[in-house]
Design a protein around this ligand. Sequence first.
Ligand SMILES: NC(=O)c1ccc[n+]([C@@H]2O[C@H](COP(=O)([O-])OP(=O)(O)OC[C@H]3O[C@@H](n4cnc5c(N)ncnc54)[C@H](O)[C@@H]3O)[C@@H](O)[C@H]2O)c1
Length: 371
Amino acid sequence: MDSRETDSHFTPIDHPVRVAIVGLGHVYELNVRAFLDNADVEIIALVDPSIERQHQRQADWPSAKTFASVELLASSGLEVDAVEVLVPWTLHEEVVTACLANGWHVNLQKPFALDLASASRMTDAALRQNRQLRIMENYLFYEPLVKLKEVVDSGELGEISGYHMKMVASGRGGWDVPGSSYDWRFEQAWLGRGTLFFDDGWHKLSTALWLFGPVEEVRAWIGDTEIIPGVSVDAPTTVSWEHTNGVHGVWDITLAVDMYLRSDYYTNDERWEVTGRRGFARVNRCTARGLQQPSLEVYRDGEMRSFHALDDDWGDSFRDSGQHWINYLRTGKGPRLWGPEEATEVLRFALAAYESSAQQGIGVNPRETKG
Ligand SMILES: NC(=O)c1ccc[n+]([C@@H]2O[C@H](COP(=O)([O-])OP(=O)(O)OC[C@H]3O[C@@H](n4cnc5c(N)ncnc54)[C@H](O)[C@@H]3O)[C@@H](O)[C@H]2O)c1
């Protein structure tokens, strides 16, 4: 991890955290779960250039003031403790540095940054302003994955040999996502930061680092498929890697445009399977309700143990992640899950995969990526 220590000490906030939400688009609906009925939070401002979005979201927080930009919020004199930044990630640096410069703590959606230079500038800005910058990772709060980590760490599977992550992007089912939420993502895809590997895939790379620590070498084949004229997605994709502790990981992304998947959210069939010398553990689903089996199963010595009562509603991982952040600000007790150092490691992992893919799958060490 980055040697710069940014999980620094700060004075905990001794009153309900005054939060401004910046970006009122689709993911707002999930992030606000942390704030509803939460006495430790006061939503005081809503920021978005879209008047329509301002009106729509103000129905949730009638006493919050609305603004078209961070600059207008700053000049209003309203006292803000922290901002929830939910803007297209192409704007992260611009919005994050403006918020930090106003002395606000920042909780940011992923992906952290497009390249290492941008990540470094945001990290430095947080240090300079002595404010907390968190890059939220809701997957680390999805209960079946939390339990998977507990099982792995307990040693009951024996020494871990390897693991597999699977992601199938299906084209049918799930909630309605406005076209505007995809426009900027597809533009980024043209610039080499695809919707499946870089945007959604950020979470899978995060879980790999969270479960097994730093990565030494990455080999990747990042594909490209035109789904409608002029719009491409980055599949089929296969990435494999070796962690410093010797554990090997493999992740494949497959496109299944005509497959229907039942989902309250995005239609994505995801699985994690960890194999040890003695047994294996498998998380059967996450964002969508693909496999109707217990969300976690653990096999050992000829017996399968099934977990039927875990909270497997993916949306609740946003609630728990956000409450963790608010609690962190109120008490000063970490870890942040995550800070800029860990998010930069995720970025390095992704950039190493891009470098490998561009060079016919050669091994690339994320620490040596130039990106
Ligand atoms: N954790 C997850 O699983 C997850 C899921 C979906 C989206 N996200 C992330 O959330 C972020 C937003 O995604 P989305 O799907 O809600 O996008 P969206 O396009 O639906 O919403 C973005 C909103 O930001 C507003 N906006 C644009 N520029 C702004 C500015 N300068 N100041 C304030 N508001 C501005 C837009 O008007 C829009 O309402 C992205 O970083 C995305 O990667 C994360």
